[in-house]
Ligand binder design. Structure first.
Ligand SMILES: Nc1ncnc2c1ncn2[C@@H]1O[C@H](COP(=O)(O)OP(=O)(O)OP(=O)(O)O)[C@@H](O)[C@H]1O
Ligand SMILES: [Mg+2]
Length: 332
């Protein structure tokens, strides 16, 4: 059994006088200890809502969550708020997309790290201070001992993001969900944080869910990738398979729209046309059809089912990219 088993996870937002909105639609994936699973897709596809649902952080009112989220067999969706709070401190860690709203503004950074060390790892204060400074150093915060006494507003945005990562690492969670943890950071710090996460997974056997729209991050970190489009997983594959042979036209489009170092000079990048505003509802056909270069009549009339195409791969598409064409986009 996997450490985390997400099955048919759905989140429907309900607002008075408005149509219910399905942000996450029957998403399923597993994460083993020491494994990194990616959730990838463009803005608004449901990445953050998926992670908040797993962590039990969506408002109880207005957000209907269904399916199951089993952690060591127990369904987290059945736990009370208090039970979930205990779990979040002990087993589940999260790096949020927005660091300002998730740090406590009135508590110095150092105390926010030492608190975790004292509470969850039973460290005496003095030892916790030393370890906190080490953690800040590890995530690339210069002059960490001095920074310990500073408040979140005294740090730059990138620093705050790093402090948040330090707090998540301090818990030594068995499952860590990182939601765009490096998007706001410059590339050298980004590389440093990714290396740190890799180390955590390798040395502590942490199960990592990596949420990103950056395929470079996926290439460097993820074992398995779930490509999300409009709340549904449209393609699931091991990283090498996905990069070597993307079969969903959306995945193919994502890969064609990133620069390649080995591409001939002057070769144009091909962006995906349109925006999510063009989507059709999944209940009618394929949500991506209006933007899809491969679309057929069937795509706007019949909802594509998820198919197992072998080799642990899942695909939701009526007219996938042919394997020989898919191989031309290989980047990793
Ligand atoms: N509390 C809420 N009430 C209603 N709709 C919401 C709520 N939170 C998110 N949504 C909607 O759910 C969809 C998915 O949002 P989500 O934040 O998961 O996107 P995302 O994939 O994380 O995007 P980004 O890459 O921009 O972070 C969006 O259309 C968003 O507007
Ligand atoms: Mg998000």
């Amino acid at each position: 059994m996997a450490l985390l088993e997400v099955r048919d996870l759905s989140v429907v937002f309900e607002r008075k006088g408005e149509q219910p909105f399905t942000a996450v639609d029957k998403v399923s994936f597993d994460v083993e200890p020491g494994q990194t699973v990616g959730l990838v897709g463009e803005s608004g596809c449901g990445k953050s809502v998926t992670s908040l649902a797993i962590m039990g952080l969506l408002p109880r009112r207005g957000a209907k969550v269904s399916g199951s989220v089993r952690f060591e067999g127990a369904n987290l969706l059945d736990l009370s708020d208090k039970e979930m709070r205990d779990r979040r401190g002990r087993d589940l860690g999260m790096v949020f997309q927005d660091p300002l709203t998730s740090l406590n503004p009135v508590i110095p950074i150092g105390l926010q790290v030492t608190e975790v060390l004292e509470r969850h790892r039973d460290m005496p204060r003095k030892k916790a201070m030393v370890e906190a400074a080490e953690l800040l150093d590890k995530v690339g915060i210069p002059d960490p001992t001095r920074r310990l006494s500073e408040y979140p507003h005294q740090l730059s945005g990138g620093m705050r993001q790093r402090a948040l990562i330090a707090i998540a690492l301090a818990c030594r969670p068995r499952l860590l969900i990182a939601d765009e943890p490096t998007t706001a950071l410059d590339v050298t710090i980004q590389a440093q944080i990714l290396a740190l996460l890799k180390e955590l997974v390798r040395d502590m056997g942490t199960a990592l869910v990596m949420i990103t729209h950056d395929l470079g991050v996926v290439a460097g970190l993820c074992d398995e990738v779930n490509v999300l489009y409009a709340g549904r997983v449209v393609e699931k594959a091991q990283r090498h398979e996905l990069f070597g042979q993307p079969r969903h036209p959306y995945t193919y489009g994502l890969l064609s729209s990133i620069p390649r170092l080995d591409a001939p000079r002057g070769e144009k990048l091909v962006p995906i046309k349109g925006s999510v505003a063009d989507n059709i509802p999944w209940t009618q056909g394929c949500a991506f059809a209006p933007r899809c270069p491969n679309a057929l009549d069937v795509c706007v009339n019949v909802t594509p089912a998820q198919e197992d195409i072998g080799g642990g791969r899942l695909l939701r598409c009526h007219n996938p990219v042919r394997p020989e064409v898919a191989e031309e986009v290989t980047t990793a």
